[in-house]
Design a protein around this ligand. Structure first.
Ligand code: GDP
Ligand code: MG
Length: 181
């Protein structure tokens, strides 16, 4: 089977770990300080359910409640990873606004989305509960995951790869394909 080309945008408030998650997935390492203003596109080939995907990850510079989303974020993007930090109530508040703007811009009622609560390694600083995250994702009919770009293997499972594999499967479902869970 030929590989499928997929483009995914990573969005969310500043400093939530968008770049760290992208770099952890693409390079398998945690970089402690990455220029927050850079918008970068990473590429990686990955295999899910025996299908190869050529992935392009658009690591956006971040959004807030005032951001006007550039139309290129809707043009050829197949799915979205929306990230907040479990240590930042502001980042959680903002994510609904970003989601609304996304639907507005794409003109769709449903887009493939994975909602990610990042920095789950920072237990002591947690302010957003897992339940709050899950409820929000449910209201969008999206998938919810918590992750840590820093401690990718907090649990035995690699949570960062899980994010990107999950969004690929959500895109398949949106295309009407059945997928093995
Ligand atoms: P971005 O602005 O959303 O791209 O965020 P960055 O990826 O640049 O990360 C912002 C800051 O949070 C940096 O200092 C990162 O090292 C840190 N960071 C990112 N992800 C995690 C994580 O999962 N755990 C912890 N403890 N720190 C993180
Ligand atoms: Mg960044």
């Amino acid at each position: 089977m030929p590989s499928k080309q997929r483009k995914i945008a990573i969005m969310g408030y500043r400093s939530v770990g968008k770049s760290s998650l992208s770099i952890q997935f693409v390079e398998g390492q945690f970089v402690d300080s990455y220029d927050p203003t850079i918008e970068n596109t990473f590429v990686k080939t990955t295999k899910v359910n025996n299908q190869e995907y050529d992935l392009k990850l658009v690591d956006t510079a971040g959004q807030d409640e005032y951001s006007i989303l550039p139309t290129q974020y809707s043009m050829d993007i197949h799915g979205y990873v929306l990230v907040y930090s479990i240590t930042s109530p502001k980042s959680f508040e903002i994510i609904q606004i970003i989601y609304d703007k996304l639907l507005d811009m794409t003109g769709k009622v449903h887009v493939p989305v994975v909602l990610v609560g990042n920095k789950k390694d920072l237990h002591m600083d947690r302010v957003v509960t897992q339940d709050e995250g899950r409820k929000l994702a449910d209201s969008w009919k999206a998938v919810f995951l918590e992750a840590s770009a820093k401690q990718n293997e907090v649990t035995s499972k690699k949570c960062v790869a899980d994010i990107f594999h999950t969004i690929l499967m959500e895109i398949e479902k949106a295309n009407g394909n059945t997928v093995q869970e």
